[in-house]
Design a binder for this molecule. Structure first.
Ligand code: SF4
Ligand code: SF4
Length: 132
């Protein structure tokens, strides 16, 4: 059964153990984040998005992987919200959705066409994974 966006947000809360509703939007987490310029959504934003049940865009956002897991946001937060735990939970769910792959079967032909020097091992791995 397909999971709704709100259900996914609940799952992120469960996995992270973070009480996102305690966030008072002070922005201290984002102000201290060393990956601020690298990430599309910043700590105070993804905490708010999860609290509001708006997580589909977060799960599609590849820049979330640029989080350095430095825990600066966790240390700085005056409300104990622990934004890093939220990012970690988003990563877990994104990986589950992709089945541990960085691309889906339909994308493979285009990847090969675009990169003539794609390693043979990558093709063999894709073939093994997707022929079942
Ligand atoms: S743990 Fe990630 S989100 Fe938090 S401050 Fe460090 S880089 Fe930024
Ligand atoms: S530091 Fe904590 S309370 Fe402030 S915006 Fe970030 S998560 Fe919310």
């Amino acid at each position: 059964m397909h999971q709704t966006e709100k259900e996914t947000a609940e799952l992120i809360k469960q996995i992270s153990g973070s009480d996102v509703k305690k966030c008072m939007k002070c922005g201290k987490c984002s102000a201290t984040c060393p990956a601020y310029g690298e990430m599309k959504f910043h700590p105070h934003q993804f905490v708010t998005m999860v609290a509001h049940g708006k997580v589909d865009e977060l799960l599609r956002d590849e820049t979330v992987t640029r989080c350095l897991s430095c825990f600066a946001c966790v240390e700085r937060c005056p409300r104990g919200v622990e934004p890093e735990n939220v990012v970690a939970a988003i990563r877990v769910l994104a990986e589950r959705e992709q089945g541990g792959s960085n691309f889906v079967p339909d994308e493979v032909p285009a990847l090969i066409a675009a990169d003539k020097e794609i390693p043979q091992q990558a093709l063999v791995s894709a073939f093994r994974r997707y022929r079942k």
